[in-house]
Ligand binder design. Structure first.
Ligand code: AGP
Length: 614
C-alpha cells in the first residue's frame, strides 16, 4: 500500500515529509518522492524508483526549501516502478501536484478525454489523470477546493489523494474515496499534517481526524475543513491517539517482526486489560455495545478476514461454538464478497483486521451490512475504516504492528475472540459461573505462558540453522490447532519464500502423505488435547515414510521424544487457548529461517502491510 505525507506550517516541509515516509516504510514500496512549494512560487519535485535512502541523497544533493509539501512511497499498480511513474505527479503546466493511493478504475476513459483536449501525459500511471483534471479545472478559474470537488467526483474506484497548487500556496486538499488506505489529518499548533497512516505523524501530534468514504478536506496552516464531496460541511470527531511513538521503532531488535514477536506477552496483557475482571471472574467488552436482547436473537455469526486474520477467525470458530453455542461460518473476505451470501435475520459479522483497511475485508463487510447483518470488528489500528463502520468493536491494543508478517496482532485477536466467546456464552446462559471463572483463569496465565515460550528462542534458532535450506515444509494440525498449522506455513512462505503447506492431519492419508520423504520437514502440532493420540499416530505414519518430523509438544511429554526427530516443548494451556501459545515457536522458527536465508524479513518481496487494493 502506498504511503502519503503532507505538511503545511512553519517547519521545512522536506524534513517532515521524509521523516514521516520513513515511518511508513514497513508498508512496502518500490519508489518514493516529494514535492515542495518554493518561495519563488514554483513546485519543485524530487522522485525516483528505489528506497527512501536514495530520495534523501537526492534531496541532499539538490536541496528543496518550503513550508508546504507532499510526499509519497509508491507500491506500483499501474505503470512499472520508474522515475516518471513515481509520485508526486505534476500537471502539464506544472501548476498542480498530487500524490495518490488506490486505483482510478475509469482512468483510461478520463485519459482519452483529456488527451483529446490536448493534454500531454508523461507517465503510465492512473494517478496522472487526477492531476491533469485538477489543473484543467484550476486553469478554468476554479478555486483549488472547487477544482478538487469536481475532480474527485469524477473518479471511480477506491482512492486517497492529496494535492497542492501554486495558485493557492496556503492550503492542501485531500480526499478519501471508497476503502483505499485512509487519510488522517494531524492537528498541530500553527501547523497541519496529512498522512495515510498514524505512525507517520504521531511524533508531531496525537490529535487526529480521519476522513470517511467520499469526504474531502481543505487544510491550511491554522486549521482544516471537512466536507462531503457534495459540499455538506462536516464536523468529524477529533481522536487523541495514545500510542507511544517509540513503540513504532525497532529498539534493540534486528527487525520489527522480531520485536513484535517478543512484544506478544505485553500485547496479551494490553488486550486483556480493562476487559477481564480477574477478581469477579468476568469479562466485559464495553465497545461491543451488546445487549441481552441482541445476543438472545443471534442465530449465526460470519467471520470475515484475509490471510493471517482469517486463520485467527478459524480459531475463533472453535471458541465461540464451544463457549456460546452459536453457529459460526468463517469465510475469506475476498470470496464472500463475490458470492451471494445468505444473510438471514439474527446474523452478525465479525471482521478481523489488524490494519482495519484491507479492501476485501471492508467490501465484504459492506455487503453483509447492506444485507442487514450486524457488524463487529476486531481491529488494531484505532480510527481505521473497519472500526468506524462497525456497530461494535474490540481494539486489539497490540500497539503498532510494523512488520509485514502479522504476529502480535494475530495472538491478540485470538485472545479477543476468546473474550467475546466468554461474553456471548455468559449472556446466553451457556456458561456457569465456575466455567466462566475457569476461562478467566486461563486468560490470566496467558502472558506468562507466552513469555516462557520466548525463553526458548535459541532452540528455535538452532532448528532453523538445520533446516533453512529445505525447499518444502509441511505443517500438520488437528481441531483448533489446524489453523495454527496454516498460520505456521504462511509465516514461513511469506518471509523466507520457502514453499510450505498447512494441512489437517486427518487428511494426510487421502493424498498428501505421498509427498513425504527425507527432504521435507513435517512440523506436527501434537500438544495434549482430545486429539493427541490421533496426532501421535500421524507422527508415526510420517516417520514410517522417512519423513523429518518436528513435533510441537506439551512440556513433560516424554513419549513423543522417541517418535519425532526434534521436539519443541511448549507450556500446556487450556485447549481453547493453546493456539495462542502454539503459534509462537512457529513464528520464531520462520523468523530465524528467513534471517538465515538473508531475506528482507520486515518488507518481504511483493507484499504490503495493508492490502488496500483488490
Ligand atoms: C499476515 O502475516 C499477512 N501479512 C497478511 O496475510 C495479513 O494478515 C492480511 O493481509 C490481512 O491483513 P489485515 O489483518 O490488516 O486485514
Amino acid at each position: 500500500m502506498c504511503g502519503i505525507v503532507g505538511y503545511i506550517g512553519e517547519r521545512q516541509a522536506p524534513a517532515v515529509i521524509l521523516n514521516g515516509l520513513k515511518r511508513l516504510e514497513y508498508r512496502g514500496y518500490d519508489s518514493a518522492g516529494l514535492a515542495v512549494l518554493q518561495k519563488n512560487g514554483d513546485i519543485a519535485i524530487r522522485r525516483d524508483r528505489g528506497k527512501l535512502i536514495n530520495l534523501e541523497e537526492m534531496v541532499r544533493e539538490s536541496p528543496l526549501r518550503g513550508n508546504v509539501g507532499i510526499g509519497h512511497t509508491r507500491w506500483a499498480t499501474h505503470g512499472k516502478p520508474s522515475q516518471r511513474n513515481a509520485h508526486p505527479h505534476l500537471g502539464m503546466d506544472e501548476r498542480v501536484a498530487v500524490v495518490h493511493n488506490g486505483i482510478v478504475e475509469n482512468y483510461m476513459a478520463l485519459r482519452d478525454e483529456l488527451e483529446a483536449e490536448g493534454v500531454r501525459f508523461s507517465s503510465e500511471t492512473d494517478t496522472e489523470v487526477i492531476v491533469q483534471l485538477l489543473e484543467r479545472f484550476v486553469e478554468s478559474g476554479c478555486s483549488l477546493e472547487k477544482a478538487a470537488r469536481q475532480t474527485f467526483s469524477l473518479l471511480e474506484g477506491s482512492n486517497a489523494v492529496v494535492a497542492m497548487s501554486v495558485d493557492e500556496p496556503d492550503r492542501l486538499v485531500c480526499t478519501r474515496l471508497g476503502n483505499a488506505g485512509g487519510i488522517t489529518l494531524g492537528i498541530g499548533d500553527g501547523e497541519m499534517f496529512i498522512a495515510s497512516d498514524i505512525p507517520a505523524i504521531l511524533e508531531y501530534t496525537r490529535d487526529m481526524v480521519f476522513l470517511e468514504n467520499r469526504q474531502m478536506g481543505v487544510v491550511s496552516q491554522y486549521g482544516y475543513e471537512v466536507s462531503s464531496l457534495e459540499g455538506e460541511t462536516l464536523n468529524p470527531e477529533v481522536h487523541n491517539i495514545s500510542w507511544d511513538p517509540v513503540s513504532a521503532v525497532k529498539g534493540e531488535y534486528k527487525h520489527f517482526m522480531q520485536k513484535e514477536i517478543f512484544e506478544q506477552p505485553r500485547a496479551l496483557i494490553d488486550t486483556l486489560s480493562g476487559r477481564v475482571n480477574f477478581e469477579a471472574g468476568r469479562v466485559e467488552l464495553a465497545e461491543m455495545n451488546l445487549t441481552p436482547e441482541l445476543v438472545k436473537n443471534l442465530r449465526k455469526i460470519f467471520i470475515l478476514a484475509c490471510g493471517t486474520s482469517y486463520y485467527s477467525g478459524l480459531v475463533g470458530k472453535y471458541m465461540i461454538e464451544s463457549l456460546a453455542r452459536i453457529p459460526v461460518e468463517v469465510e475469506y473476505a475476498s470470496e464472500f464478497r463475490y458470492y451471494l451470501p445468505i444473510v438471514e435475520p439474527g446474523t452478525a459479522v465479525i471482521a478481523i483486521t489488524q490494519s482495519g483497511e484491507t479492501a476485501d475485508t471492508l467490501a465484504a463487510c459492506q455487503l453483509a451490512q447492506e444485507q442487514g447483518a450486524l457488524l463487529w470488528s476486531i481491529v488494531n489500528v484505532i480510527g481505521s475504516q473497519a472500526m468506524r463502520m462497525s456497530d461494535g468493536y474490540i481494539a486489539m491494543n497490540a500497539g503498532p504492528e510494523i512488520g509485514v508478517a502479522s504476529t502480535k496482532a494475530f495472538v491478540a485477536s485470538m485472545a479477543d475472540l476468546f473474550m467475546l466467546a466468554c461474553v456471548l456464552g455468559d449472556m446466553r446462559g451457556m456458561l456457569s459461573a465456575q466455567q466462566l471463572r475457569q476461562c478467566v483463569d486461563g486468560l490470566a496465565h496467558l502472558p506468562n505462558l507466552a513469555g516462557r515460550v520466548l525463553d526458548h528462542d535459541e532452540e528455535y534458532q538452532a532448528l532453523a540453522n538445520q533446516y533453512y535450506r529445505a525447499e518444502n515444509f509441511l505443517y500438520l494440525g488437528r481441531g483448533i490447532n489446524y489453523p495454527i498449522a496454516l498460520e505456521g506455513a504462511l509465516k514461513l512462505k511469506e518471509i523466507s519464500y520457502i514453499h510450505a503447506e498447512g494441512y489437517p492431519a486427518g487428511e494426510m492419508k487421502h493424498g498428501p502423505i505421498a509427498l513425504i520423504d527425507e527432504t521435507m520437514p513435517v512440523v506436527a502440532i501434537v500438544t495434549k488435547d482430545h486429539v493427541y493420540e490421533k496426532m501421535v499416530s500421524q507422527v508415526e505414519q510420517a516417520r514410517a515414510r522417512g519423513g523429518l518430523v518436528i513435533a510441537l509438544a506439551s512440556e513433560g511429554d516424554e513419549s513423543i521424544r522417541g517418535k519425532a526427530h526434534h521436539v519443541i516443548s511448549v507450556p500446556l494451556a487450556p485447549p481453547l487457548l493453546a493456539p495462542i501459545i502454539n503459534v509462537m515457536p512457529l513464528q520464531l522458527l520462520s523468523y530465524h529461517i528467513a534471517v538465515r536465508r538473508g531475506c528482507d524479513v520486515d518488507q518481504p518481496r511483493n507484499l504490503a502491510k495493508s492490502v488496500t487494493v483488490e
